[in-house]
Design a protein. Structure first.
Lengths: 357, 120, 478
């Protein structure tokens, strides 16, 4: 019987048109793939579910453990740590969740509690695990490892991280920058001297944050990077001079209000005005007209911060009547200077708009 | 025992605050989001309110403005990630008593809570 | 005579086959590209410390623009949930586009609004503005409500652009449900890029049947209706497979009107939203790209695959047909307006790949398919069809369509896994099996009708009547 069937199939197949064979083969091919994907979906689902279940367990355990560790004076630290290490740090998943949770706690806490978490991290033997990750070689494990090291201020021999400062991957670069910043005792931005790739705004945000919240030493002299060859580093340094109130560098900033790049010029005007350098207005008002709109808006903002209605009026004639964005900015500032004339300025503007006076 | 309402949406922060403030001998009530907080505020009065600014459903600012309108003497501490001057100033202008930024030091927070409670 | 006809049918059949194979391999390529991009995206973003971002003074302030037309049902909750977005500095501009219901009164009452004299200029011409409202309550100081004469969605957005304060704008549908960190995620491409970033777009997800409370997503559920459920699959395919791949080569042509972020200055310079097309979202991005390309300035459009925005999709066949009809017209109009770009090497990949892809595979595909079916029927009547050949061919196409959906489903499982209940998987597989037979013909027919309507000169929006997002809490209140 079986033979008969097979025989039939062969002749059936050979009698088919080639196009039908082709179609049938394609269908089979697609179906097999679809079933394959379907199995993969189910497998991922089961795998993820089990994993999430375990994660949740470990997570709840950790919240209890970490809170007792940090805030309960009666908690027998040494004993409990040993116990936790033996019982709950066996699989790599448990280790991963623990690392993540300690990092999460650390991110939200500072002061003594943060120090205690750092000590706990090494007592649990998690540093070795991070170092393994660092050596694993793919860019994302490297970045993740450096991130953990710097978050928890774990010192590893310098050369291990320094090689990543100019890594082609943005993320690796950023993490190694933050690492050398957070672990520095002085001159935290030394890495800028070695940086050859532009800093994105994103990176600048994280560097500034780390400077404020992690770095404990004396603030660096930001003027040392004002002649850096990367404009983004110059931009960053100008801004930091203002954020750190380094009034002593005001003179060094002055040339930058005439810089050819608008971004630098904008940053210089913005920084000088937040340093409340009132002489700034004399330098920028006469040249108002020569600037691009971006800079003009910033000059108006500086007048708003440092000047008076008198100074504002000096700009008034320099604004083109059809440059609405500037005019509205101008009038808004004027309204701020002359609160009692607010409504008059508004109705005059509306009249002008309607009738083109 | 003083009643403290903690309004916060980060579970880790909630747990830590609950743990620490309970250890300090306070009665801690938790609201996980703005809507829950609003309900608790309508039902009850508290000796101190600790709130985040960015909350689901109802913003911290709206809660503060509600508290100041109905129980103006209840001290409010804001616990927020914001460090921006204008946000902090807005909060003080609305009448909050203290502003603590995250990351925070639990010991420092516990002291500030004690100080405000002894004042009122 | 007979042999000429035979030749013709043979040539035609081959053409259809070649076209089909090209489309299929196109899909295959985008799938592979998407997989790489999703993996990369996840790796890039697996350690994120939002605190640093929220504290930064360097995050640009955002103006969120939300046009509202007769949204009285949910507008108060929707605005409240917009106010609670996680972002350090933003304003919300609600543009009441001449609603005939009581939306405006509801807003005025709930948020203590009063008219305010605000200086503005019409950088883009719009319909008349009746009033601009601000709140007297300090807690709502970043809320502005604009009341204007009705002019359609594009006009409302343009009004918002004229009035808003900040340089980065985010255009959303007022009824869409945003995740908490939607703005933080969407702004990232603007900050982390060497090039000028002109826009960034996000993924739209299907909100039908999800549990929503006060404008927030509480639980993701699979839609109850078949029509909406197919669209879950469709959105997986479009966003996780299609747009993800285009974003890898940075040649995305469409940012959904329901959720996109733009550089305001560039939008104004490009002329704002076009009020004469029903595809204003696609048309704007194409125009912005074209402008940048003509200026020769290097630029980027970002794309964020995380599920950040949930919106209600059509639940009934009728509304679905109107929507697809409109999409077809929007695509056709956009391609027509920018026909100069097509196959123009001056526009590089945009001219040589993106626009032709849209022309051949998005606009033309339903027409070719329709012609193919007509051709098939003619041959059937002339007794030129061999049933076995047809059946095998049909089966091959069908299995491919199914495979494609299953792949998209796999991508979702691998990346975000939003539909957590086990039974959902089987329901989605079932939907994928039925889609090519039940759903696809309707969508194709709507596209054909869309082109037909376009030729007749119809350009109104199909009215989308909303079922209202399921809202258990509110139902209890009633």
């Amino acid at each position: 019987m079986f033979y008969m069937y097979f025989f039939d199939f062969d002749s059936f197949w050979s009698e088919l048109l080639w196009i039908m064979k082709f179609n049938i083969l394609l269908s089979l091919f697609f179906t097999i793939f679809a079933i394959g994907f379907f199995i993969a979906i189910i497998w991922i689902r089961i795998y993820k579910n089990l994993r999430n279940e375990k994660k949740k367990e470990q997570h709840e355990l950790l919240i209890e453990f970490l809170n007792s560790f940090l805030f309960d004076e009666d908690f027998e630290k040494e004993k409990e740590i040993r116990k936790f290490k033996e019982e709950h740090l066996r699989s790599s998943l448990e280790i991963k969740v623990t690392i993540k949770e300690i990092l999460h706690f650390h991110e939200n806490l500072k002061g003594e509690s943060a120090r205690e978490l750092e000590a706990l991290f090494s007592k649990l033997g998690l540093v070795e695990y991070i170092l393994l990750d660092l050596k694993r070689g793919s860019w994302y494990t490297t970045a993740r490892a450096i991130n953990a090291l710097s978050e928890l201020c774990i010192v590893v021999p310098d050369h291990q991280i320094e090689i990543y400062l100019n890594d082609p991957r943005n993320e690796v670069r950023q993490q190694s920058q933050l690492y050398s910043l957070k672990l520095a005792n002085e001159n935290p931005l030394q890495f800028l001297n070695k940086t050859v790739r532009p800093l994105t705004t994103w990176q600048q945000i994280y560097i500034e944050n780390a400077l404020k919240n992690f770095y404990k030493g004396p603030p660096p002299d930001f003027s040392q990077w004002l002649d850096h060859e990367l404009l983004s580093v110059v931009e960053f340094s100008i801004r930091m001079i203002a954020r750190y109130n380094q009034f002593e560098h005001i003179q060094k900033l002055l040339p930058f209000i005439k810089h050819q790049s608008d971004i630098i010029r904008w940053e210089a005007i913005n920084s000088l005005s937040s340093l409340e350098y009132t002489e700034l207005l004399e330098l920028i008002i006469p040249d108002f007209k020569k600037n691009s709109r971006l800079i003009k808006l910033e000059i108006l903002e500086a007048v708003n911060k440092l000047g008076s209605h008198e100074e504002l009026k000096r700009i008034g004639d320099q604004i083109n009547t059809t440059d609405w964005e500037l005019r509205i900015k101008y009038l808004n500032i004027e309204q701020g200077f002359l609160p009692d004339k607010k409504e008059r300025i508004y109705s005059q503007f509306m009249l002008e708009k309607q009738f083109g006076i | 025992m003083k009643k403290i309402l903690v309004i916060e949406d980060n579970p880790m922060v909630i747990k830590s605050l609950e743990f620490k403030l309970t250890k300090d001998g306070h009665d801690v009530i938790i609201a996980n989001d703005g809507r829950e907080a609003m309900k608790l505020l309508i039902e009850n009065e508290y000796d101190l309110i600790l709130t985040d600014l960015m909350l689901p459903f109802v913003t911290g600012n709206e809660l503060i403005s509600y508290i100041k309108k109905n129980t103006p003497n209840t001290p409010i501490i804001v616990l927020s990630t914001s460090t921006q001057e204008n946000i902090i100033m807005d909060a003080f202008n609305m009448g909050v008593d203290d502003f603590i930024t995250k990351p925070f030091s639990p010991n420092e927070l516990s002291l500030r809570v004690k100080r405000l409670l002894s004042k009122s | 005579m007979g042999s000429i006809l035979n030749h013709f049918t043979e040539i035609a059949s081959w053409l259809f086959l070649i076209y089909g194979s090209i489309i299929c391999s196109g899909y295959l390529f985008t799938a592979i590209y998407s997989l790489i991009e999703i993996r990369d995206y996840k790796r890039r973003n697996n350690f994120e410390d939002d605190i640093a971002l929220l504290q930064s003074l360097n995050l640009p302030a955002i103006s969120i623009l939300a046009p509202a037309f007769n949204e009285g049902l949910n507008i108060v909750e929707n605005v409240r949930s917009l106010l609670t977005i996680n972002y350090p500095s933003f304003e919300i501009v609600i543009i009441n586009d001449g609603s005939s219901d009581n939306s405006l009164e509801l807003l005025i009452k709930e948020y203590d609004l009063e008219p305010k004299n605000i200086l503005y200029h019409n950088f883009i011409e719009t319909k008349e503005i009746k009033n601009i409202y601000k709140s007297t309550n300090k807690a709502f100081k970043n809320l502005t409500v604009v009341d204007k004469k009705n002019g359609g969605k594009a006009d409302a957005l343009n009004t918002g652009i004229n009035i808003c304060q900040h340089n980065v704008i985010c255009c959303i549908d007022v009824d869409c449900i945003l995740e908490n960190d939607a703005m933080l995620k969407l702004i990232k491409p603007f900050l982390n890029n060497g090039n000028k970033v002109i826009a960034s777009g996000g993924v739209i997800r299907v909100a039908n049947s999800c549990v929503i409370e006060d404008g927030r997503l509480i639980e993701v559920k699979l839609p109850d209706t078949f029509v909406a459920r197919v669209q879950v699959l469709e959105y997986f395919r479009a966003f996780l497979m299609g747009r993800m791949a285009w974003s890898r080569v940075d040649r995305l042509l469409l940012i959904s009107g329901a959720f996109g972020m733009f550089d305001k200055q560039i939008v104004i310079e490009a002329g704002g939203y076009n009020t004469n097309t029903v595809g204003e979202d696609m048309e704007l991005l194409v125009r912005m790209r074209r402008m940048m390309q003509e200026r020769g300035v290097p630029y980027t459009v970002g794309f964020v695959p995380d599920p950040l925005c949930w919106t209600e999709v059509p639940q009934t066949w009728e509304v679905l047909q109107r929507q697809r009809n409109r999409w077809t017209r929007g695509t056709a109009e956009t391609l027509w307006i920018h026909r100069k770009m097509m196959f123009n090497p001056k526009y590089k990949i945009l001219g040589m790949l993106s626009t032709p892809f849209w022309f051949f595979f998005e606009w033309l595909a339903p027409l070719i398919e329709f012609t193919g079916i007509l051709f098939f029927i003619v041959l059937l009547f002339m007794n030129q069809i061999s049933l076995p050949v047809f059946l095998t061919f049909f089966f091959a196409v069908y299995t491919f369509a199914f495979l494609f959906s299953v792949t998209a489903l796999f991508f979702e499982e691998y990346s975000f896994q939003q539909y957590k209940k086990p039974s959902y998987i089987f329901k989605l597989i079932g939907t994928a099996l039925l889609e090519p037979i039940i759903y696809h013909p309707v969508v194709m027919w709507s596209a054909v009708m869309g082109n037909f309507d376009l030729l007749r000169g119809k350009n109104s929006w199909g009215v989308m009547s909303r079922a209202g997002l399921s809202n258990p809490v509110k139902e209890k209140k009633k």
